[in-house]
Design a protein around this ligand. Structure first.
Ligand SMILES: Nc1ncnc2c1ncn2[C@@H]1O[C@H](COP(=O)(O)OP(=O)(O)OP(=O)(O)O)[C@@H](O)[C@H]1O
Length: 295
């Protein structure tokens, strides 16, 4: 099988994934995957079910310790090797925030409280681990005020200001998804990892989500790593797309490159569907090209 050439993605590296491999016993969920996500870009990780996308996120965010691989996060204050850090250090010190496939809000807390609690780490530091907080010292009061301001800023960005006092669990589904992203942004990350943020959204909500992610990239200047099955969202907003199949990277490039890559088309349609492919696509499939060369 021919290797798919990468299309060069210009930019400054934010996250370098090098030879990442994750095994579960005999199963290789992620197999020698390398790619670079750039600063201030949206990088989408796509692939059929079971391709290894979530496993890769779990390695990046410290939920799994990779079997092999180097995960280098470039920050202004130096390079953080994520594979060597525990999960809480990856979120609190390296500045990698994530959301999950299944919503994980504090359902009984208010919408605003969810965003303030996300800044717990900052507030704990300001409170000198409770003392200044208990005494109500000015340093703590100032930090608390700033935390509420940041929460309100993100409430506005995700269009939830009028729901600030609602219990988070009572929000409509699409709004809960946006709140999760706001909560991740309240931790002031350098890299935002989103696991299927468009899942279950209607077209209007998907449109709002796309707008929000473009804002995060262009105005907040934060790099986004996105796992997503909704190709209309991926192709519209991504700068760079990495395709996994059976744990391996099979394509890597601009959305236009990946969309036209026969190996990607094959991975999505499956072997048995080749007959259904248009002749011009079938001609480009590596096996067909090799057969024709040999004939
Ligand atoms: N903790 C685990 N133990 C054993 N196998 C696992 C574990 N987590 C994932 N896997 C396996 O690794 C493979 C990749 O799964 P993963 O969830 O990463 O795929 P995915 O691309 O995110 O799929 P989907 O799009 O369906 O969410 C699958 O075969 C899955 O069953």
């Amino acid at each position: 099988m021919t290797t798919v050439p990468d299309t060069p993605i210009p930019g400054t590296p934010l996250l370098e994934v090098e030879h990442l491999t994750m095994r579960f016993g005999g199963l290789v969920a992620v197999n020698d995957v390398s790619f670079t996500a750039m600063e201030r870009q949206i990088t989408a990780i796509i692939g059929p079910n079971g391709a290894g996308k979530t496993t890769m996120f779990n390695c990046l965010t410290g939920f799994y310790s990779p079997t092999v691989g180097r995960l280098a996060l470039h920050r202004p204050d130096g390079i953080f090797l994520l594979e060597r850090l525990e999960a809480f250090r990856i979120s609190q010190q390296a500045g990698v925030a994530r959301t999950f496939q299944n919503i994980r809000l504090f359902a009984r807390m208010s919408v605003l409280e969810n965003l303030v609690v996300a800044q717990h780490n900052k507030l704990m530091k300001a409170s000198a681990f409770t003392l200044a907080g208990l005494l109500g010292l000015p340093s703590y009061r100032k930090a608390e005020k700033q935390a509420v301001e940041l929460a309100r800023y993100w409430l506005d960005k995700v269009k939830l200001t009028r729901f600030a006092d609602w219990e988070a669990g009572n929000l409509p589904y699409g709004a809960q998804r946006r709140l999760e992203i706001a909560r991740a942004m309240c931790t002031e990350p350098v890299l935002l990892c989103l696991d299927e943020p468009a899942a279950g959204l209607n077209p209007r909500e998907s449109g709002d989500l796309s707008e929000l992610l473009i804002h995060i990239r262009d105005e907040e200047k934060i790099g986004v790593l996105l796992i997503e099955h909704d190709m209309s969202v991926v192709m519209k907003i991504s700068d760079h797309v990495v395709v996994l199949d059976y744990g391996r990277k099979i394509s890597d490039g601009t959305p236009e490159f990946v969309k036209a890559d026969p190996t990607v088309i094959r991975a999505y349609l499956g072997e048995e569907e080749d007959e259904e492919l248009p002749d011009e696509v079938k001609r480009d499939l590596p096996e067909v090209a090799e057969r024709e060369e040999g004939a």
